[in-house]
Ligand binder design. Sequence first.
Ligand code: HEC
Length: 109
Amino acid sequence: MKLLFTLMAACGLMAASIAHAEVDAAAAQAAVKESGCLTCHAVDKKKVGPAFKDVAKKYKGKADGPDHLIKQVTTKPIVDVAGEKTPHKSLKNTDPAAVSNVVQWILSL
Ligand code: HEC
């Protein structure tokens, strides 16, 4: 019984680290599309909001980068949209793994 638990725990850890290491770009792109992010953002050009590539440049390699971006896309901070203070949009799917995948995808650009 104990062995079974150990095995199950080991498998869980392995699955978690695989999920952590790999960005599912297709899922991230689908998420930003269904959440309406692309009205204001594009991957490589500035629209109302910064290009995701510029966001990546700004936060890549920073220890608090992922946390900051997770907050940006889940807690509706007030941003300046064309001179108007507006709550920033959140991702539709706020499942932590899905949010993390979007953030890691942006940082990988
Ligand atoms: C109505 C327009 C609008 C929509 C929709 C929008 N954003 Fe933004 N976003 C902005 C603006 C404006 C900024 C710049 C805010 C600032 O620099 O203070 C921004 C900033 C960001 C940043 C960078 C934050 C930083 O600190 O540099 C990220 C990442 C981001 N948005 C992701 C998203 C995602 C993901 C979505 C969809 C859930 C989304 N945005 C939807 C307007 C928008």
